[in-house]
Design a protein around this ligand. Structure first.
Ligand code: SAH
Ligand code: SF4
Length: 357
């Protein structure tokens, strides 16, 4: 399917300015349109009432604001979490989740349709890779939830790139989306309120460290010995733990930001005390925090989340060795908040974030 329509959310400010300048518009137009897009969250050009009508008509003809369309929504019983299946312009579908806990309003965004990394426990990995999202398709998910919240007199406070896909395998678009969402003249999300979760692509972690961003990096570790990590996070064969932890240390060094390690506890696989010790050994000297989550069931992986006693015993080792951690309650499980699962439901469809991302 060819689709030549200009997608406004794909443009950064300079690109928008030069597009409008080419139409013969004065230079202040770009600022006006930018505010309509990212401050007022306009859904149509019609709403942009300080633009001349002729320009509104032309923009409506040549460009589109509509990059994602809701085709299905699941809500948690307590009403705090909703997960949307979103259709893109080419018919592909992705998932995005909105979580409301205490004062946080967190959107979990996808960065790819599917994922090539092949983690066997992950519904998105089970689907394989289909394509990268554009920066605008990532941004549009956040704008979509910001509009939902705006409707209720509320606003988005946090974004996590923890939905479908591997953000560092779609590096340019993910970074452009982060910059656009944190633009102080636009969407205004503080970079400290943005988390990027990666499976551990070592060269890209080094590259990210040099971007001058203040975002939180989360690394999906799940195992602290190469033997085990090779099995459950196959990219470990290319980027084993030593270079990965070195890259994390470089990230902390260059950004002075604490790093998060994600650990999905899988019964009988990575929830024993020896893995807890190995984890502590590897990261003890790092400015780091561990997020313990329970494995979310997924169709093609016949394993369960750990039971309480094992979670407690694992956490006790971390306590004993002075490794900071949080046990995340996976409140989204009931609505298949594991990303990829809604899509699998409608096809044959991430665990995304815990409540606090
Ligand atoms: N590709 C990136 C971001 C998307 S996955 C990454 O892997 O980090 C977001 C998080 O969900 C990762 O920590 C991932 O390991 C975790 N995850 C995937 N499937 C899961 C499952 N079935 N149960 C619990 N966590 C899962
Ligand atoms: Fe991809 Fe992340 Fe799922 Fe692994 S866990 S398959 S990297 S989305």
């Amino acid at each position: 399917m060819t689709d030549d329509t200009l997608r406004v959310y794909d443009l950064d400010r300079e690109e928008l300015a030069s597009y409008l300048a080419n139409l013969g518009e004065p230079s202040y137009r770009a600022h006006q349109v930018w505010e309509w897009l990212y401050v007022h969250l306009a859904k149509s050009f019609e709403q942009m009432t300080n633009l001349p009508e002729s320009l509104r008509g032309r923009l409506a003809e040549e460009t589109t604001l509509q990059l994602v369309e809701v085709v299905d929504t699941l809500r948690s019983a307590d009403g705090r979490t909703r997960k949307d299946l979103l259709r893109l312009r080419d018919g592909e579908t992705i998932e995005a989740v909105l979580m409301r806990y205490e004062r946080r309003r967190t959107a979990c965004l996808s960065t790819q349709v599917g994922c090539a990394m092949g983690c066997p426990f992950c519904a998105t990995g089970q689907m394989g890779f289909r394509r990268n999202l554009s920066s605008g398709e990532i941004v549009a998910q956040a704008v979509h939830f910001a509009r939902v919240l705006q409707h209720a007199g509320d606003s988005l406070t946090n974004v996590v790139l923890m939905g479908m896909g591997e953000p560092l395998a779609n590096y340019e678009a993910s970074l452009a989306a982060i910059r656009r969402l944190s633009d102080p003249a636009g969407f205004r999300l503080g970079q400290r309120h943005i988390t990027l979760s990666t499976v551990g692509l070592v060269p890209e972690i080094h590259r990210l460290a040099g971007e001058g961003l203040q975002i939180t990096l989360a690394v999906s570790l799940h195992a602290a010995t190469d033997d085990l990590r090779n099995q459950i996070v196959p990219i470990n064969r290319r980027y084993p733990l030593d270079p990965l932890i070195d890259a994390c240390a470089a990230y902390v060094e260059q950004t002075s930001r604490r790093i998060s390690f994600e650990w999905a506890l899988i019964k009988g696989v990575n929830d024993g005390p020896e893995q807890a010790h190995a984890l502590a050994n590897r990261i003890q000297s790092l400015l780091a925090h561990v997020n313990l989550i329970l494995l979310n069931p997924s169709p093609d992986y016949q394993r369960e989340g750990s039971n309480r006693a094992h979670v407690r015993a694992f956490a006790a080792v971390l306590d004993q060795l002075g490794v900071p951690y949080t046990i995340r309650v996976r409140r989204g499980t009931a609505i298949q908040a594991g990303c990829g699962q809604l899509r699998q439901r409608s096809e044959r469809g991430c665990p995304g974030a815990g409540p606090e991302g």
